[in-house]
Design a protein around this ligand. Structure first.
Ligand code: FES
Length: 82
């Protein structure tokens, strides 16, 4: 089944409506989330919003997932303690 993602489902706002706002105000993702609420509920649209800001795309035909930062490496024990 073909994929077609075009909006923040939680707030019902199309990406095509968000992009001009974001461009005009030079928003980055945190600004867009703060100002519109999109991306601030379930968060599933966040990777699409990020891609939209990067490329100007507003219709997506693939499933995008949030990229999570790698966890920090484990700390080494202190030398000389004890
Ligand atoms: S789809 Fe945008 S916050 Fe849930």
């Amino acid at each position: 089944m073909p994929v077609r993602v075009t909006l923040c489902v939680c707030l019902g706002v199309p990406f095509g409506q968000l992009l001009p706002l974001a461009r005009a105000a030079e928003w980055e993702l945190p600004d867009l989330v703060r100002e519109t609420g999109c991306g601030g509920k379930c968060g599933l649209c966040r990777p699409y919003l990020r891609r939209m800001l990067e490329t100007g795309e507003t219709v997506f035909h693939e499933i995008l997932e949030e990229v999570r930062a790698e966890p920090p490496p484990p700390r080494k024990g202190r030398k000389g303690a004890g």
